[in-house]
Design a protein around this ligand. Structure first.
Ligand SMILES: [Fe+2]
Ligand SMILES: [Fe+2]
Length: 658
């Protein structure tokens, strides 16, 4: 036993001497004090006493007061009380104050003092040990809490990432942090092969990540899924592998790791590799961690058991996050395909407007890019983030989705008399019938005249009358064909002539009177501008309301929630005279105002309208400015479109190949 230092306090010098001798025989290092005051002074100046043995009754300061004073001074030391009283009530009081035990000053004191001293010290040792254990436990608890917190945070961070590169970076950086590894790689299982996506090495400051169309290169060439390489083995067996020293291992093929060391001048020692298992326990990749490191000394050591658990936990969270990301991507692709199919259906529905939707979407994106770049002016604060750009693009691709319900004969109506075919042919047939009938009647009259022996003059007169009639009919035919064309403006006198022509009748083979022009044909031919009637225009315009109605039925995600509002507003005018809702000014979303401009530009510049040739840009700009002046289009947006040459930028970006 060590020479524990003991302070004996007793006013009886003989007793001090006896007790000192007894304890020194048991190898205690004994110091004596004659009363409480001297003991207190000694304890204040010397802090390495292990035990205090004190009498209760002493002249200057007794044992009980000494105990209290020590307590007040925060000096903690095991205390044994000595008492010569038969009445032990004072000794019991001392124990209540904090003494460990008491012994009687009797004939057995030479035995009891040693045992009591040893027991008090043992009790103190056990208490110290216990306190240490409690401290360690508390520290371990705190460490565990921190790890749980870190892993939870990592889980949250991982699940919040919507981009694969960012997600991979986060998996690697968190794995390195939580396992104190120096280097990490990650490969993913794609089409039956393990493709390396990312590799970081802190000490070499290497940060490699696969880019689209740009693989990571040697030594990170794709691996076959077999047991010949460690990643393949882990993926197939779904096990964690912890190798203390890569170069002293004969169990696994470490060629790739050795190649890495050779290429980059690295020295791999410890390895921890874990499979990435998704919610269905399928392997989606393998995470490799290298060289567990003491961050203070830089010493490399094998990965600890707890690092295995941490790496497995991160891998599991990473796999879930990646699976989620992949499902979201699949959903987005599915959605985009659906939008694409709808756009194709509408564009294919009519060759007249074919390609309109895609061109409007592209023009809209070009304009949005230009707005994002503005450093001054009205749009300097407009910054569409990637999600908003995506939302706008989808809105562009769906802006005319309501046209699926617009009758094709209206969408395609290139001539005024057109329905599913051009009714000018009917009128032509009627005219031919009248011509034939005129000729036949004239011939019959001619025969009658000849039979009657009429003069040649009369016959010539008849021929001339017939010819005049036929010329007139031909003139009418040509006039009607011309009126059938969707011109810029039909003058009043032409409408008057049409009305007169509509009064022409003829008797058909059934002896029924028929009109040369039906009421509906007259109404269509009288269209002053373009080729559609007012009723047809309303049906055409109904596509905007239908767009809103259809899009509102789609349960868009939060980041696409604006699509119905944006797409449905592309025919609204700033002055409130647009359709379908007649929104005014700021009631129209910015994206809607933007598409109003691009929709008009596309319609004017398109070369695939039957009655319109591609309009020169200068004329398009004049129309845009005119519409802005009339408060139909947003003035600043029109000026930005023109000044930034948005149309040329669009052509360069989207139509340079065509
Ligand atoms: Fe439209
Ligand atoms: Fe449109």
């Amino acid at each position: 036993m060590a020479n524990e230092k003991v302070l004996i306090v007793d006013d009886d010098a003989f007793m001090r001497e006896i007790l000192s001798e007894i304890l020194e025989l048991s190898h205690f290092n004994v110091i004596a004090a004659k009363d409480g005051e001297e003991a207190l002074e000694t304890l204040f100046h010397t802090h390495d006493f292990e035990l205090l043995i004190t009498d209760i009754h002493m002249p200057k300061m007794g044992g009980l007061e000494l105990i209290n004073r020590l307590k007040d001074s925060h000096i903690t030391i095991p205390i044994i009380i000595l008492t010569g009283d038969k009445d032990i009530s004072n000794a019991i009081e001392a124990i209540k104050f904090g003494a460990s035990s008491f012994i009687l000053k009797d004939e057995n004191i030479h035995e009891t003092i040693t045992i009591a001293a040893q027991q008090a010290l043992e009790k103190k040792r056990l208490q110290t040990e216990n306190n240490q254990l409690l401290k360690n436990l508390s520290r371990a608890n705190k460490d565990l809490e921190k790890v749980v917190h870190d892993l939870t945070e990592i889980g949250k961070e991982l699940s919040a990432k919507n981009n694969l590169s960012t997600l991979l970076e986060m998996i690697i950086s968190n794995s390195l942090k939580i396992t104190t590894a120096d280097s990490a790689w990650l490969c993913l299982l794609e089409d039956g092969r393990l493709n390396f996506k990312i590799a970081h090495c802190k000490s070499l400051n290497i940060n490699l990540i696969e880019q689209p169309g740009c693989p990571m290169g040697f030594p990170f060439t794709p691996l076959d899924l077999n047991e010949n390489n460690i990643a393949g083995l882990i993926a197939l067996k779904k096990v964690t592998v912890n190798v203390p020293n890569v170069y002293e291992n004969n169990l696994f093929n470490m060629e790739l790791i050795k190649n890495f060391d050779q290429k980059f001048g690295y020295q791999t020692k410890s390895l921890l590799a874990v499979p990435l298992l998704n919610h269905e326990n399928d392997v989606i990749g393998v995470l490799h961690l290298f060289n567990a490191m003491n961050l203070m000394t830089g010493e490399i050591f094998p990965f600890r058991k707890r690092s295995e658990r941490f790496a497995e936990s991160i891998s599991s969270q990473a796999a879930v996050a990646m699976t989620k990301l992949s499902l979201i991507n699949d959903m987005e692709q599915l959605f985009e395909s659906f939008v694409d199919v709808m756009a194709t259906a509408i564009d294919e529905k009519s060759p007249v407007t074919g390609g309109h939707i895609r061109r409007v979407a592209h023009l809209t994106m070009t304009m949005a890019d230009v707005m994002n770049e503005q450093k001054e002016g009205k749009f300097q604060h407009i910054k569409f983030n990637p999600d908003e750009m995506y939302e706008l693009k989808m809105a562009g691709l769906m802006h005319d989705i309501g046209k699926v319900t617009t009758p094709v004969e209206i969408v395609e109506k290139g001539k005024k008399l057109q329905t599913i075919f051009d009714r000018v042919e009917f009128i032509d047939l009627r005219l031919r019938y009248i011509v034939q009938k005129t000729k036949s009647e004239s011939h019959l009259q001619k025969i009658a005249l000849i039979k009657q022996g009429s003069s040649t003059e009369e016959i010539i007169k008849l021929d001339e009358a017939m010819k005049n009639k036929l010329d007139e009919l031909e003139d009418i035919r040509l006039f009607l064909v011309k009126c059938n064309e969707p011109g810029e403006f039909l003058e009043d006198e032409k409408i008057e002539r049409l009305k007169k022509i509509s009064q022409i009748t003829f008797i058909d083979d059934n002896n029924q009177e028929q009109a040369l022009l039906r009421e509906d044909e007259l109404m269509n031919l009288c269209i002053r501008k373009g080729s559609i009637t007012e009723a047809e225009r309303k049906k055409m315009q109904a596509h905007a309301a239908m767009t809103i109605k259809m899009l509102k039925q789609i349960p868009f995600t939060k980041k696409l929630a604006g699509i119905p509002h944006f797409a449905g507003a592309h025919h609204e005018f700033i002055n409130g005279k647009g359709y379908p809702l007649g929104l005014k000014g700021d009631e129209i979303p910015l994206q809607g105002k933007l598409m109003a401009v691009t929709d008009i530009v596309e319609a004017l510049t398109a070369s695939d309208r039957p009655y319109k040739k591609s309009m020169p840009l200068s004329q398009v700009y004049t129309i845009l400015r005119d519409m802005a002046r009339k408060d139909e289009l947003d003035h600043d947006m029109v000026e930005l479109f023109i000044s930034e040459n948005v149309y040329e930028k669009y052509r360069k970006k989207y139509e340079s190949d065509s």
